[in-house]
Design a protein around this ligand. Structure first.
Ligand code: QAP
Ligand code: CO
Length: 170
Protein backbone atom coordinates (compact mmCIF):
# COMPACT_ATOMS: atom_id res chain seq x y z
CA UNK A 1 0.00 0.00 0.00
CA UNK A 2 1.25 3.45 -0.91
CA UNK A 3 1.26 5.65 2.20
CA UNK A 4 1.12 9.44 2.42
CA UNK A 5 4.45 11.23 2.68
CA UNK A 6 4.48 14.13 5.12
CA UNK A 7 6.21 17.30 3.97
CA UNK A 8 7.96 20.28 5.48
CA UNK A 9 7.02 22.04 7.78
CA UNK A 10 5.06 19.13 9.35
CA UNK A 11 6.32 18.99 12.98
CA UNK A 12 6.41 15.19 12.95
CA UNK A 13 9.54 15.41 10.80
CA UNK A 14 11.36 16.85 13.85
CA UNK A 15 10.48 13.88 16.02
CA UNK A 16 13.25 11.46 16.99
CA UNK A 17 12.49 7.87 16.04
CA UNK A 18 12.70 4.87 18.38
CA UNK A 19 14.53 1.57 17.91
CA UNK A 20 12.60 -1.39 16.56
CA UNK A 21 12.35 -4.12 19.21
CA UNK A 22 10.30 -6.75 17.35
CA UNK A 23 11.13 -8.02 13.87
CA UNK A 24 7.55 -9.01 13.21
CA UNK A 25 4.95 -8.85 10.46
CA UNK A 26 4.05 -5.22 11.24
CA UNK A 27 7.69 -4.30 10.49
CA UNK A 28 7.61 -6.28 7.22
CA UNK A 29 4.38 -4.53 6.16
CA UNK A 30 5.92 -1.15 6.99
CA UNK A 31 9.02 -1.97 4.89
CA UNK A 32 6.89 -3.20 1.96
CA UNK A 33 4.69 -0.08 2.12
CA UNK A 34 7.74 2.18 2.33
CA UNK A 35 9.16 0.56 -0.82
CA UNK A 36 5.88 1.00 -2.71
CA UNK A 37 5.60 4.61 -1.54
CA UNK A 38 9.19 5.46 -2.46
CA UNK A 39 8.83 3.93 -5.94
CA UNK A 40 5.47 5.67 -6.52
CA UNK A 41 7.13 9.03 -5.77
CA UNK A 42 10.39 8.37 -7.68
CA UNK A 43 12.58 8.35 -4.59
CA UNK A 44 15.90 6.61 -3.93
CA UNK A 45 15.61 6.68 -0.14
CA UNK A 46 12.90 6.95 2.50
CA UNK A 47 12.78 6.98 6.31
CA UNK A 48 9.77 5.67 8.27
CA UNK A 49 9.12 9.08 9.85
CA UNK A 50 8.35 10.39 6.34
CA UNK A 51 5.26 8.16 6.41
CA UNK A 52 4.59 9.31 10.00
CA UNK A 53 6.03 6.22 11.74
CA UNK A 54 8.67 7.26 14.34
CA UNK A 55 10.75 4.09 14.17
CA UNK A 56 14.41 3.62 13.25
CA UNK A 57 13.66 2.15 9.83
CA UNK A 58 14.88 3.36 6.43
CA UNK A 59 15.25 2.06 2.91
CA UNK A 60 17.66 2.94 0.12
CA UNK A 61 17.46 1.86 -3.53
CA UNK A 62 20.07 3.52 -5.71
CA UNK A 63 20.02 3.17 -9.48
CA UNK A 64 22.92 1.07 -10.85
CA UNK A 65 25.31 1.80 -13.75
CA UNK A 66 22.61 1.48 -16.42
CA UNK A 67 20.55 3.97 -14.35
CA UNK A 68 17.90 1.37 -13.46
CA UNK A 69 16.48 1.00 -9.97
CA UNK A 70 16.39 -2.74 -9.30
CA UNK A 71 14.58 -4.26 -6.33
CA UNK A 72 17.49 -6.67 -5.83
CA UNK A 73 19.56 -3.61 -4.87
CA UNK A 74 17.06 -2.49 -2.21
CA UNK A 75 18.69 -2.00 1.19
CA UNK A 76 16.41 -2.30 4.22
CA UNK A 77 17.94 -0.76 7.32
CA UNK A 78 16.74 -1.15 10.91
CA UNK A 79 18.30 0.56 13.97
CA UNK A 80 21.40 1.87 12.13
CA UNK A 81 24.49 3.24 13.84
CA UNK A 82 27.50 4.94 12.26
CA UNK A 83 30.64 3.25 13.59
CA UNK A 84 33.21 5.27 11.65
CA UNK A 85 33.32 8.04 9.09
CA UNK A 86 35.98 9.57 6.89
CA UNK A 87 36.53 12.28 4.33
CA UNK A 88 34.02 14.74 2.95
CA UNK A 89 32.09 15.34 -0.24
CA UNK A 90 29.43 17.68 -1.54
CA UNK A 91 26.31 16.34 -3.24
CA UNK A 92 23.17 18.10 -4.47
CA UNK A 93 20.47 16.55 -2.30
CA UNK A 94 16.70 16.43 -2.51
CA UNK A 95 14.06 14.91 -0.25
CA UNK A 96 10.55 13.57 -0.80
CA UNK A 97 9.49 15.61 2.27
CA UNK A 98 10.86 18.82 0.68
CA UNK A 99 9.60 18.31 -2.89
CA UNK A 100 11.18 20.17 -5.79
CA UNK A 101 13.98 21.72 -3.79
CA UNK A 102 17.62 20.70 -4.24
CA UNK A 103 20.77 22.08 -2.67
CA UNK A 104 24.40 21.14 -2.07
CA UNK A 105 25.16 19.48 1.26
CA UNK A 106 28.51 18.37 2.71
CA UNK A 107 28.71 14.86 4.18
CA UNK A 108 31.31 12.22 5.02
CA UNK A 109 32.50 10.43 1.85
CA UNK A 110 32.94 7.07 3.56
CA UNK A 111 31.12 5.51 6.49
CA UNK A 112 30.99 2.19 8.30
CA UNK A 113 27.50 1.38 9.61
CA UNK A 114 25.91 -1.37 11.64
CA UNK A 115 22.20 -2.16 11.32
CA UNK A 116 19.72 -5.02 11.20
CA UNK A 117 17.84 -6.52 8.26
CA UNK A 118 14.11 -7.35 8.40
CA UNK A 119 14.80 -10.74 10.01
CA UNK A 120 16.89 -9.20 12.78
CA UNK A 121 20.30 -10.27 11.42
CA UNK A 122 23.07 -7.78 12.25
CA UNK A 123 24.92 -6.33 9.27
CA UNK A 124 28.09 -4.26 9.15
CA UNK A 125 28.73 -2.45 5.92
CA UNK A 126 31.13 0.10 4.48
CA UNK A 127 29.63 2.69 2.11
CA UNK A 128 31.05 5.46 -0.01
CA UNK A 129 29.95 8.27 -2.31
CA UNK A 130 26.21 8.32 -3.11
CA UNK A 131 25.43 5.35 -0.87
CA UNK A 132 27.21 7.02 2.06
CA UNK A 133 25.31 10.26 1.34
CA UNK A 134 21.99 8.39 1.23
CA UNK A 135 22.65 6.62 4.57
CA UNK A 136 23.58 9.91 6.23
CA UNK A 137 20.56 11.75 4.77
CA UNK A 138 18.12 9.02 5.88
CA UNK A 139 19.75 8.59 9.30
CA UNK A 140 19.31 12.34 9.87
CA UNK A 141 15.55 11.81 9.41
CA UNK A 142 15.61 9.27 12.26
CA UNK A 143 17.17 12.01 14.38
CA UNK A 144 14.48 14.52 13.40
CA UNK A 145 16.70 16.44 10.98
CA UNK A 146 16.20 17.51 7.38
CA UNK A 147 18.93 18.38 4.86
CA UNK A 148 17.76 22.01 4.79
CA UNK A 149 19.07 22.32 8.36
CA UNK A 150 22.59 21.82 6.97
CA UNK A 151 22.39 24.85 4.66
CA UNK A 152 24.27 28.09 5.29
CA UNK A 153 22.28 30.83 7.05
CA UNK A 154 21.72 32.74 3.82
CA UNK A 155 20.66 29.71 1.78
CA UNK A 156 18.27 28.68 4.53
CA UNK A 157 16.71 32.16 4.58
CA UNK A 158 16.26 32.04 0.82
CA UNK A 159 14.72 28.59 1.09
CA UNK A 160 12.22 29.72 3.77
CA UNK A 161 11.18 32.68 1.63
CA UNK A 162 10.66 30.48 -1.43
CA UNK A 163 8.81 27.84 0.59
CA UNK A 164 6.39 30.40 2.13
CA UNK A 165 5.62 31.68 -1.34
CA UNK A 166 5.02 28.15 -2.55
CA UNK A 167 2.74 27.22 0.37
CA UNK A 168 0.65 30.35 -0.29
CA UNK A 169 0.32 29.49 -3.98
CA UNK A 170 -1.06 26.02 -3.08
C1 QAP B 1 17.61 11.04 -0.11
O1 QAP B 1 15.98 11.52 -1.72
C2 QAP B 1 18.89 11.22 -0.84
O2 QAP B 1 12.16 16.89 -4.68
C3 QAP B 1 16.51 10.47 -0.97
O3 QAP B 1 10.35 16.28 -6.57
C4 QAP B 1 19.28 12.48 -1.23
O4 QAP B 1 14.73 10.10 -2.89
C5 QAP B 1 19.71 10.15 -1.11
C6 QAP B 1 12.68 13.29 -4.87
C7 QAP B 1 20.48 12.66 -1.91
C8 QAP B 1 20.89 10.32 -1.78
C9 QAP B 1 21.28 11.59 -2.18
C10 QAP B 1 12.80 14.61 -4.47
C11 QAP B 1 11.73 12.99 -5.85
C12 QAP B 1 13.44 12.22 -4.26
C13 QAP B 1 12.03 15.60 -5.06
C14 QAP B 1 15.02 11.25 -2.64
C15 QAP B 1 11.10 15.27 -6.03
C16 QAP B 1 10.95 13.95 -6.42
C17 QAP B 1 14.37 12.39 -3.29
CO1 CO C 1 14.77 12.93 2.98
Amino acid sequence: MVREIITYPNKLLKQKSQDVTEFNEALHTLLDDMYETMMAKNGIGLAAIQVAIPQNVLIINLPDKDDLQKKENLIEVINPKIIEKQGSMIYTEGCLSVPEYYEDVERAKWIKVSYYDREGNEIIRECEDLLAVAFQHEMDHLNGELFIEKLSFLKRKKFEKEWKKRLKAK
